[in-house]
Design a protein around this ligand. Structure first.
Ligand SMILES: *[C@@H]1O[C@H](CO)[C@@H](O)[C@H](O)[C@H]1NC(C)=O
Ligand SMILES: *[C@@H]1O[C@H](CO)[C@@H](O)[C@H](O)[C@H]1NC(C)=O
Ligand SMILES: *[C@@H]1O[C@H](CO)[C@@H](O)[C@H](O)[C@H]1NC(C)=O
Ligand SMILES: *[C@@H]1O[C@H](CO)[C@@H](O)[C@H](O)[C@H]1NC(C)=O
Ligand SMILES: *[C@@H]1O[C@H](CO)[C@@H](O)[C@H](O)[C@H]1NC(C)=O
Ligand SMILES: *[C@@H]1O[C@H](CO)[C@@H](O)[C@H](O)[C@H]1NC(C)=O
Ligand SMILES: *[C@@H]1O[C@H](CO)[C@@H](O)[C@H](O)[C@H]1NC(C)=O
Ligand SMILES: *[C@@H]1O[C@H](CO)[C@@H](O)[C@H](O)[C@H]1NC(C)=O
Ligand SMILES: *[C@@H]1O[C@H](CO)[C@@H](O)[C@H](O)[C@H]1NC(C)=O
Length: 842
């Protein structure tokens, strides 16, 4: 029995390893290189390093406000690059403040400057902005009319101390939102950087904040906030209050096995909260938080670090169909490289979690339990609803003390809000997300714009449970992280900021798809084909259905055969159709140079297409050489003369990309004079011969050929498992006596484990995803060891590696050294099963 358990565990571990490799990268269909004419990218740069991290678009979309380092800018969005329309507003920290900052041991160049962290609209005439002001944060008003700082009657700049709203240290992320003239902010509010806070401030009313002594927040990194008008529609029977949500990652103290398990959170407060009267004075009485869990479906691997959140609300009255789109990375990626995932959470699940059971913390042992006893009325942490008003409670000031006392220790919800990734990238790290709901021809699509840490912009759409990355744009000459993404929905523009520049990019360029087939295959919800070309889908109300009759779009199936056969200007021949001569593609003359290696190049339409080379009407065979990049090598022999065609094949659609007429050397003198100046000679000398691969493998395989070996790989690994299992069986059989004693201790340890946990309430022991037993695998390191349903040892982790990973998460507050080990409070006997797996397999 014991032996079989072992084998089961080994088998599971192996299959997990396989699954890890199985999670397939989604390849962007089109890659647009830096500076490519297919996409007009307008760039704004100012002198010096500007750290453009705060973007604000005016309500009408006509002006973009940018916050940087010691400066703010105002740009005309319809005339983005014109210097006449660019205004700069300098707001520098005082020299006195800079000196003070330096004397406190901060870096004068890096830290002791004024970094704009908050830029929000106040009213029709003013903006509100906050900066770090050389570790002495200040806020001020900006007059929109002349884009200048508001001054007091004496002529000085009107500054406000913005403690609780703005961080001292520029490296801390901050989120802020203006709701009905009141500012809600999530930040780190002191010089030392150990006072996290969610704060609401207003001149005339009392300010509210989180209670630090109760550890409502644990080293949070704030990524966003949103206002959801849950009181709408007016006069509805529930009579709920509007809520403000905060999104952040923090230390997950409920997972007590390791000091630094990061979890992602959604927290909320009620707009009408006024704090308590005797208990929780000037503190939130409605602060609740829950875990956001983005886990890979196949194996429960968690992407636990929230990087950015976009809240898509389809109209105020439809707030209950809000979707929360988050991008996540993982704490447990190998070597700090590692990927990212996009998860979407819906309002229904969020509400279910906040209406569910609470967790309770034992303040002595700092252990967390599910709280299953009775809960006082009215429900702690809920907003004032009609039901509560009927209990003669009109505001949080009238809440009974027992309700408020309960909140002090029960601010974490028991169940997590979970989602499987919509989009998973094993290598790339998404940093920013922005989503637009786009009306296609017949239905709406949520189009995601994703910014990576190496300066790419991905545009992706999810249809019928499948993700497609429509295009990838390389934004910068030198890779740098995307800091902020902002969509102008009305104008169809995306704004991207990085440290050194701000870009303006149209959401699409339909005209880069020249044929019906390309237009359909693009799956771009912004684009549709109509008789003459690929155009932006019209959205004018006067466009009648009759008018749209000639338009085609097929984001779901991209069926070119069905939609494009009627259009003669396409070059689609269908899957079984003949590959015919196309008079539209001219033959480029190429002269064979007998002294050099010559090659023919062929750029494809899409990264998902296959390349087909045809020589004199016949598909080339393995006697031709094709480079990895698709270039065909020409040997100087008479049988290699003639016509070469390169076709792009994608699904049912094929298109002739280029045609070459290869001629012998002797003809050169004659042809050079007659050649039309337009046709270029595309001869490239090949220097890297070792890159040459046999053409046979390229004729019919995908450009990303690794995919097609998947089944072979599966078979090989299955065989490998069989061999390992057999070998283990033999070893086990030989050493069965020895094994018996080991297994006995294992059983013993397990029993002891359980008996320990029977003492008192059950400790929080599940892994992050809270499901039953995940599968141990060497890659999962910490998170699966969190689970003690399995007997797993700790020493498998190499601390160096782990440190690298955690450092790469750039969590400013987690600078404590982070060796992975069991916390001393829960030392339980363990068996080194994990390392056994590792030693015998890896
Ligand atoms: C769209 O792409 C076409 C073809 O590549 C190019 O000529 C055109 O300038 C592009 N337009 C925009 C607005 O980017
Ligand atoms: C922005 O530029 C456009 C076109 O040049 C101009 O019509 C408009 O008045 C400008 N807007 C502002 C706010 O300057
Ligand atoms: C906007 O807010 C500023 C600062 O509070 C104030 O001085 C100004 O009068 C307000 N303007 C309007 C139109 O309410
Ligand atoms: C705000 O700015 C003033 C000068 O404009 C400066 O004296 C002060 O130290 C700054 N910081 C705070 C927190 O007031
Ligand atoms: C949202 O609310 C409306 C009525 O207010 C209801 O009909 C609809 O089913 C709700 N949708 C969800 C997703 O709960
Ligand atoms: C609550 O408000 C209602 C109507 O505004 C009022 O009649 C009632 O007296 C108030 N109750 C308390 C306890 O203040
Ligand atoms: C397409 O072109 C062919 C000849 O080039 C013509 O016979 C056919 O009628 C055309 N079809 C349509 C739908 O225009
Ligand atoms: C490849 O095709 C050429 C003619 O197209 C033929 O002569 C040659 O034998 C073929 N080679 C192989 C390996 O099939
Ligand atoms: C290509 O394949 C042929 C036969 O399949 C073989 O003789 C030749 O060496 C191969 N060339 C390269 C460069 O691998």
């Amino acid at each position: 029995m014991g032996t079989w358990t072992w084998l089961f565990v080994i088998g599971q571990a192996l299959s997990t390893l396989l699954l890890l490799q199985a999670s397939e990268e989604i390849i962007p269909r089109v890659t647009i290189q830096y500076g490519s004419p297919e996409r007009t990218v307008s760039r704004f740069e100012a002198d010096g390093l500007n750290y453009f991290t705060t973007l604000l678009l005016s309500k009408d979309g006509s002006t973009l406000y940018i916050g940087g380092r010691e400066s703010l800018f105002s740009l005309n969005s319809s005339n983005f690059m014109s210097p006449e329309d660019q205004l700069q507003l300098e707001w520098k920290a005082d020299d006195r403040n800079k000196k003070e900052c330096f004397s406190k041991g901060k870096d004068s160049e890096r830290d002791c400057q004024n970094y704009i962290k908050i830029l929000l609209p106040v009213n029709s005439t003013h903006l509100y902005t906050c900066g770090t002001y050389a570790f002495s944060p200040n806020c001020t008003y900006i007059r929109i009319a002349d884009f200048s700082l508001e001054t007091s009657s004496s002529g000085n700049v009107l500054v406000e101390d913005c403690k609780g709203r703005c961080p001292f240290d520029p490296k801390y992320k901050t989120t802020a939102i203006m709701v009905d003239g009141e500012m809600y902010a999530g930040t780190i509010s002191n010089f030392q950087g150990n006072d996290p806070i969610i704060y609401k401030s207003h001149d005339s009313r009392i300010s509210l904040k989180t209670e630090n002594a109760l550890n409502w927040l644990q080293d949070p990194v704030f990524v966003g906030s949103a206002h959801i008008p849950e009181s709408l529609p007016q006069g509805n029977p529930v009579g709920d209050d509007d809520k403000v949500y905060f999104f952040f990652s923090e230390s997950g103290t409920e997972f007590d096995f390791f000091e630094n398990t990061i979890v992602s959170r959604i927290a909320r407060v009620c707009k009408g909260d006024l704090g308590g009267d005797r208990v929780l004075q000037r503190r939130w009485t409605s602060f609740l938080k829950a875990q956001l869990l983005c886990i890979r479906q196949e194996d429960g691997f968690p992407f636990n670090v929230l990087q950015d959140m976009f809240v898509l609300t389809p109209g105020e009255k439809h707030w209950n169909s809000t979707i929360f789109y988050g991008v996540f990375t993982s704490q447990w990626n190998r070597g700090g490289a590692g990927g990212s995932a996009v998860c979407a959470f819906n309002m229904h699940d969020v509400q279910k979690a906040f209406d569910g059971l609470y967790k309770e913390v034992n303040r002595e042992t700092r252990q967390w339990y599910t709280y299953t006893h009775s809960v006082p009325e009215p429900r702690p942490g809920a907003c004032i609803t009609n039901k509560v008003r009927n209990m003669k409670i009109n505001s949080s000031l009238q809440m009974p003390d027992r309700v408020l006392n309960f909140i002090k220790d029960h601010f974490l919800m028991d169940s997590a809000i979970r989602s499987n990734p919509l989009l998973l990238q094993p290598q790339m790290r998404y940093q920013q997300i922005s989503v637009q709901r786009v009306r296609g021809l017949t239905q709406t699509f949520d189009v995601m714009f994703l910014g990576t840490d190496d300066g790419r912009l991905h545009k992706a759409v999810s249809v019928a449970g499948k993700e497609h990355i429509i295009e990838e744009i390389k934004l910068f000459k030198n890779s740098q992280p995307v800091e902020e993404l902002l969509i102008d929905h009305n104008k169809g523009l995306v704004y991207v900021s990085s440290r050194s520049m701000v870009l303006q990019i149209p959401v699409s360029n339909c005209s880069m798809y020249r044929t019906c087939g390309e237009c359909i295959l693009a799956r771009d919800p912004y684009c549709a084909w109509s008789k003459k070309g690929c155009h932006t889908v019209p959205h004018h109300t006067h466009m009648h259905e009759a008018h749209l009759k000639h338009w085609v779009q097929d984001v779901e199936n991209a069926d070119t055969e069905k939609h494009c056969k009627n259009f003669n200007n396409t070059i689609s021949a269908g899957r079984f159709g003949p590959v015919t001569e196309d008079p539209l593609v001219p033959c480029e003359k190429v002269v064979l140079d007998s002294k050099a290696q010559n090659s023919l190049s062929c750029k494809l339409l899409s990264n998902l297409a296959n390349r087909l080379w045809i020589h004199n009407g016949k598909e080339i065979n393995s006697s031709y050489l094709v480079l990895q990049n698709g270039d065909l090598i020409l040997l100087s022999s008479p049988e290699r003369l003639g016509t070469y065609e390169c076709w792009s094949l994608e699904d049912d659609f094929r298109k002739l990309m280029v045609k070459y007429c290869v001629e012998p050397e002797g003809v050169m003198k004659k042809t050079t004079t007659t050649r039309s100046p337009k046709t270029e000679v595309v001869i490239q000398s090949v220097s890297v011969i070792d890159k040459v691969v046999n053409s046979s493998s390229f004729v019919s395989s995908k450009s990303h050929s690794s995919k097609s070996y998947w089944y072979e790989f599966l078979i090989m690994t299955a065989l490998f498992i069989v061999v390992v299992v057999t070998a283990t069986l033999i070893v086990l059989y030989k050493k069965r006596n020895q094994m018996k004693s080991i297994l006995k201790t294992a059983d013993h340890a397990d029993k002891q484990n359980k008996s320990l946990r029977k003492n008192g309430k059950p400790a929080e022991s599940l892994p992050l995803n809270g499901t039953s037993a995940p599968i141990p695998a060497s890659d999962h390191k910490g998170y699966q060891t969190l689970n003690d349903n399995y007997i797993i040892s700790t020493p498998v982790h190499d601390p160096v590696n782990m440190n690298a990973v955690l450092a790469s998460e750039k969590r400013p507050l987690n600078v404590k050294d982070t060796h992975v080990e069991i916390s001393p409070s829960c030392q339980r006997p363990r068996v080194r099963l994990g390392s056994e797996i590792r030693d015998s397999v890896v």
